[in-house]
Write a protein that binds this ligand. Structure first.
Ligand code: GSH
Length: 209
């Protein structure tokens, strides 16, 4: 059985969500963050790169959300929620699977700059304008179709929700200018598998006693 090593308040909740969507049996092992909100040595010991999510499948220990999502979909879900190379929307799927990393690279650059950074610095201005273009493009996309890869829900949506529903408000980014993104978040959050996964492992969930 797959083991999902879940770090509290982290993007490893998306793997629980995917497993619930695909009906893949899994064991959830929960790791709390330390008082500094960073992962602790027990999680760091799981894999040389020490990032959440991490999963185990037999002798395989795998990190990196994109890799895990595609691995589980292909190996345990018969490719369900992935998009096949022959499909017309395959390039859309590939493109939108990267939204998570695209947004996070800019979020982390802003966080690393810190609250007291000069807003006129060329680095921050570049990040802000790149972020704005990304949100604008995403908003346009979601005006054309209900889900990122097209009319069907896919792993691209599973990848996208964490930065949209967690990091976006954390950074004080106001979505009122992007109504299609907000409607998308509401639509995807209503999925039963999402709600179950968030109850088990979402930001407000607690380590089981
Ligand atoms: N590229 C990685 C990024 C994973 C990542 O940065 N995860 C965060 C948790 S949300 C982490 O491991 N942080 C280390 C820590 O919190 O100490 C992925 O997509 O899986």
């Amino acid at each position: 059985m797959i083991t999902i090593y879940h770090l509290g308040v982290s993007q490893s909740d998306r793997i629980v969500w995917l497993a619930e969507e695909l009906g893949i049996p899994y064991q959830l092992e929960w790791f709390d963050r330390g008082p500094d909100f960073l992962m602790q040595d027990d999680y760091r010991a799981l894999h040389p790169t020490a990032t959440a999510p991490t999963i185990r499948d037999g002798d395989l220990v795998l990190t990196e959300s994109n890799a895990i999502v595609e691995y589980l979909s292909q190996r345990y879900g018969s490719g369900r929620l992935s998009v096949a190379p022959e499909a017309e929307n395959y390039p859309d799927y590939l493109y939108w699977m990267q939204l998570n990393h695209n947004l996070q690279s800019m979020f982390f650059a802003k966080m690393a700059a810190g609250d007291n950074a000069d807003p006129e610095s060329s680095m921050l201005k570049t990040m802000d304008s790149r972020l704005q273009r990304s949100y604008q493009y995403l908003n346009e996309r979601l005006g054309e179709c209900d889900y990122l890869a097209g009319s069907e829900f896919s792993c691209a949506d599973i990848m996208a929700m964490f930065p949209l529903s967690n990091l976006t408000p954390m950074l004080g980014i106001d979505l009122s200018a992007y109504p299609n993104i907000q409607a998308y978040i509401d639509r995807v959050s209503a999925r039963p598998a999402y709600q179950k996964a968030m109850a088990l492992a979402g930001p407000a969930a607690q380590k089981p006693a």
